[in-house]
Ligand binder design. Structure first.
Ligand code: C5P
Length: 313
């Protein structure tokens, strides 16, 4: 059997770090939103000793793909040379977690990822691939695990995976796994732009000193604005505490923000642990103009819409 699905990116409309927990993780309070930028994931499960060799299974003309490495029963073909194709890949972890939980054995599983979401960019690219693998396998094997179990499995793979299971507009607390569904954001457009460097999430968290965070997002105000369907109210309150912690790149981030605001964004902030910045627009034409302008200077620039809560679980 074979199935394909989109794995959608996330952005953080706000991100607040409340405290450091005893396990070393940080207690977060963040409003997350699914956007239409996505990777494409195809999973093929073949019963028995093994599927055909990956070279036969996938289109070999797709030369951008790295050659699959056999990690016993799960093989992965990832779209970028530097992505791990072994157990360190979050998609492999997700498949392994699914099979361990359900007790299903005797299948050779091939995962193919067409990467479009920039990596180490604050867009949840790895987390959404992991979440998508869990959802797809649940569908393919008709295991009907349901949202709550999938989120619990997702938590063991990565902090953002539970949100990526459900998607839509959510408040995420704790490590990111305590989710509250929020009123969906009104129709809006996001221009997403990544400066040409990456941020390591663990490294950035190591720089966090909770007692030194002075400016914080108005999370409750964002939730109230969502309830009132007041997009400007959401945009005015967006803020990410990581922006004051970034060890470098502040100038790039400021330049992208100013450009987005100049082109009519209602608000512009960094997402996750950065360095990607997004602008929130109520006007599609203004968003397109901002996108056309920014993509002349930045290779990784995207025009996106919102995606509602993912159905089917
Ligand atoms: O859970 P995940 O593997 O995505 O987290 C990556 C790293 O980010 C963790 O090892 C931890 O250092 C940091 N982190 C944190 N608090 C969170 C989420 C992540 O300190 N709530």
């Amino acid at each position: 059997m074979i199935e394909t699905s989109h794995a959608f990116a996330k952005i953080n409309l706000s991100l607040d770090i409340i405290s450091k927990m005893s396990d070393g993780y940080h207690y977060l309070k963040t409003v997350m939103q699914t956007v239409s930028l996505s990777d494409e994931i195809t999973i093929e499960c073949v019963p028995g000793k093994g599927a055909k060799d990956t070279k036969d299974t996938w289109d070999t003309k797709d030369t951008q793909y790295t050659k699959a490495k056999d990690t016993k029963d799960i093989t992965i073909v990832a779209g970028l040379q530097f992505l791990p194709t072994d157990e360190r890949n979050i998609a492999v972890k997700a498949a392994r977690t699914f099979f361990a939980h359900t007790g299903i054995t005797g299948y050779k599983t091939n995962i193919r990822i067409k990467k479009h979401i920039p990596v180490s960019a604050g867009l949840g690219g790895g987390s959404t691939d992991g979440a998508c693998v869990l959802r797809l396998l649940d569908k393919m094997f008709d295991t009907k695990l349901g949202r709550s179990t999938l989120e619990t499995l997702g938590k063991s793979i990565g902090s953002d995976v539970p949100f990526c299971i459900a998607g839509g507009t959510c408040l995420a607390e704790g490590r990111g796994e305590i989710l509250t569904d929020l009123t969906s954001i009104p129709q809006s457009y996001f221009v997403i732009c990544k400066p040409p460097f990456v941020c390591s999430t663990p490294e950035l968290f190591r720089h966090v000193k909770c007692e030194k965070i002075h400016a914080r997002p108005d999370t409750n105000g964002i939730i109230a604005s969502l309830n009132k369907r007041d997009l400007s109210g959401v945009a005015r309150r967006m803020y990410n505490v990581f922006e004051d912690i970034l060890p470098r790149g502040a100038r790039d981030i400021a330049e992208i923000k100013y450009a987005l605001l100049d082109y009519g964004a209602l608000g512009a902030v960094m997402t996750g642990s950065g360095p990607t910045v997004f602008g929130l627009f109520d006007s599609e034409s203004q968003a397109r103009k901002a996108f056309e302008h920014l993509k002349t200077g930045y290779r990784e620039c995207f025009f996106t819409g919102t995606v509602d809560r993912l159905e089917g679980i």
